[in-house]
Design a protein around this ligand. Sequence first.
Ligand code: PBG
Length: 331
Amino acid sequence: MEYGKFPQYRPRRMRDGELARQMIRETELSAKDFIYPLFVKPGTGRRDEIPSMPGVFQVSLDMLMPEIEELLDCGVHYVLLFGIPAEKDEIGSSAWDEHGVVQEACRIIRKNAPEMYIICDVCMCEYTSHGHCGKLDENGYVMNDETLELLANEAVSFAQAGAHMVAPSDMMDGRIGYMRHALDDAGFSNVPIMSYSTKYASGFYGPFRDAADSTPAFGDRRAYQMDPANALEGVREAMYDIAEGADLVMVKPALPYLDVLSAVKRETQFPTVAYNVSGEYSMVKAAAQNGWIDEKRVVLELLTSIKRAGADMIITYHAKEAARWLAQSRA
Ligand code: PBG
């Protein structure tokens, strides 16, 4: 034994065996972290798998409860509803139809599964015939201010149907303040707003647009969604929405923007959600189906990395499987 010699630090000591690793683990995933996106559509007896998203289904209202029960069974208590409406028009008016597909879904879930927390995505693109997220002028340009009222109508309509929370994903400027006032005036001052504050114009939404039938008929969304090159602007976007009354902010997509996620969480100190989007899901599924990766291992690693980067909640199509895997590993 050589006294006086500086002892060598050995990080390995705490890596040997699961119990040692657990003592110093910084990030622990849980089913409580997950929000599951669910696509509801009209008709009966429909449970259609989305071809580019194996394991994800569009369901008609009569098939909704089995889906909800499966989620609760896995320990997932948060659902994010997207509607595929029967009718589309220029301004997306079916979005605030009292008997719209999402409104009906809210009532069904409220009645049959009061323990499920319902978040409704608020956007025009699923409801407009042209697939853009707002009202267009004669040149096909999305008119920001004219769209705010439509979004507010949609949000209030979802709240009236029983949504616990609304989540505007349209990226119009000023929508959070406008929607907050509209909700308050309609008597819903307790309905929180989860803002898709920091949403990038991303190629990773491709499979979702098939799923929600919301691909723009012309052009793209770069005039209102963010430039992937900008991180500081992503933090500013979150700050604006907080100033307007957002209760939670979001970074979307998740994996290509972990730096932004981490900065938004650190700079705002606000509850921050990450959306692990459709394209991120489809890539993992495709590789897994080819036997190129170990799906369970990769999914849990990816979700852990999103949480480690700063997400308080993760919206993910992997929610059910991940929750089951986590439950198994604890058993
Ligand atoms: C817009 C919306 C989109 C997603 C969620 N809300 C698509 C878009 O902006 O084009 C994408 C989600 C995903 O890719 O999983 N209503």
